[in-house]
Design a protein around this ligand. Structure first.
Ligand code: ATP
Ligand code: MG
Length: 423
């Protein structure tokens, strides 16, 4: 029985007392997206496992330790998406958006993501992201546009003072050859202290060690050579151009040479918005450029970039800064239609449906309650208006409309109720 009444670890219910806050954030994000020419895409919850191996990368924590992978009844290996970019890029390629749509193509998504991680505040096994992807520009202007757009989200939610932007460049395949050599040299000297996964990464992808969560690896990684010292001329120029653009836009940032991000597909620009207000899981939004991913997944050579924002962490931040204190939850019921007889109950129900058609939230009795119990229920709903329908009201078509906040009553035609209570 216990299994039937308890959630799987790392998952959460979202109840009405909270879901309106998610809706408000979603409305804001959809509005900001539309203003910036970013359109919605919806992709499947699961994909072929291979998609994530090829994009996220075989040596990442996500692929090595965290994916919900299983064989379906047809014997295919599928994986619940651990992030949104791979599916968006797959859809971009498969649907031929590269040629068909005006470029740059800008897409956004709201998705649930699944990662087998150690649950804690701000870290779940099923969590939610709002993500944006932009395809078709290799210019640093696109990086600046995307980062400024992300900054605009925090501005719109009154969070500008709560987050800081950190950027870095992790170069390209060209500059990474030298960098990998330097990292191998550095980490080889302390090979035995590294965790088993990182000992394997030392050969296959030494940059991944920089993102290891084990405290010992992290301590060793702190002293490792920095990619910024190894950028090739083009990557350096791109990074300089991005910084100049951000300066021109008035977007404040710091350069954090330790940011490498946990997914393999990134190159050049990477960035994070970090906060001190939600504990150890401090990154609310992270992203970067991924110029080779479209081609890797079988598409044409199209440069791209994107970010994803953790919505649980965003809500945690909003909660912790008291954002909702000044916000009114949505009104559940504008008018309650009480009834005194079976005939009046029919009429009240019919009227409730008419009022809803007119855009008024209305409720009537569904439980055969006494008038007293109906009024108690109306009080719980917090309905600002109430009428009592009996045989007289049905005969005359006129009722007494009561304003529950002031106690005032006003004769009102049933046919005029909608206009009388409209806010
Ligand atoms: P972290 O370093 O915190 O594990 P990440 O680098 O794995 O984050 P991304 O894959 O870039 O995160 O995902 C983007 C955002 O999604 C993160 O910045 C964070 O806000 C959120 N996120 C990632 N993993 C989780 C999780 N397990 N639970 C809740 N939110 C998460
Ligand atoms: Mg992670």
């Amino acid at each position: 029985m216990a299994l039937l009444t308890s959630l799987p670890r790392g998952t959460a219910d979202l109840l009405p007392a909270e879901s309106w806050k998610w809706q408000r954030v979603e409305q804001t994000l959809r509005r900001l997206s539309a203003l910036a020419g970013v359109e919605e895409i919806r992709t499947p919850t699961f994909e072929h496992t291979e998609l994530f191996h090829r994009s996220v990368g075989d040596t990442t924590d996500v692929v090595q330790k965290e994916m919900y992978t299983f064989e379906d009844k047809g014997g295919r290996s599928v994986t619940l998406r651990p992030e949104g970019t791979a599916g968006a890029v797959r859809a971009f390629v498969q649907n031929g958006l590269a040629g068909a749509a005006a470029s740059p193509v800008r897409l956004y998504y709201f998705t649930s993501c699944f990662r087998y991680e150690k649950p804690q505040a701000g870290r779940l096994r099923e969590f939610h992201q709002y993500g944006v992807e932009m395809f078709g520009s290799a210019d640093a202007a696109a990086d600046a546009e995307l980062i400024a757009f992300a900054q605009g989200i925090f501005d719109a939610l009154d969070l500008a003072a709560q987050v800081r932007l950190e950027i870095n460049s992790i170069g390209c395949a060209h500059c990474r050859a030298d960098y990998h050599r330097a990292l191998r040299e550095y980490f080889s000297a302390r090979r035995d202290e590294l965790c088993e996964t990182c000992q394997d990464r030392l050969e296959r992808n030494p940059m991944r060690i920089l993102d290891c969560k084990s405290p010992v690896c992290a301590a060793i990684a702190a002293g490792a050579p920095k990619i910024l010292d190894f950028l090739c001329e083009d990557c350096q120029a791109h990074f300089d151009a991005l910084r100049a653009r951000l300066d021109a836009l008035g977007v404040a940032y710091t350069v954090n040479p330790s940011i490498v991000r946990g997914l393999d597909y990134y190159n050049r620009t990477v960035f994070e918005f970090v906060t001190d207000r939600i504990g150890a899981q401090a990154t609310v939004l992270g992203g970067g450029r991924y110029d080779t991913l479209v081609e890797t997944l079988g598409g044409p050579s199209v440069p791209a970039l994107g970010f994803a924002m953790g919505l649980e962490r965003l809500q945690l931040l909003l909660e912790n800064v008291g954002f909702w204190q000044a916000a009114a939850p949505p009104e559940g019921c504008r008018i309650y239609l009480a009834s005194l007889s079976p005939a009046a109950s029919d009429a009240a129900m019919k009227l409730a449906h008419e009022l809803r058609r007119a855009g008024i939230a209305a409720q009537s009795d569904l439980c055969g309650r006494s008038l007293r119990a109906q009024m108690k229920y109306a009080g719980k709903l917090g309905a600002p208006y109430c009428v009592v329908l009996g045989d007289d009201e049905l005969a005359s078509g006129v009722c007494r409309l009561k304003d529950m906040r002031t106690g005032e009553e006003k004769e009102t035609a049933l046919a005029a109720l909608a206009e009388a209570v409209r806010g």
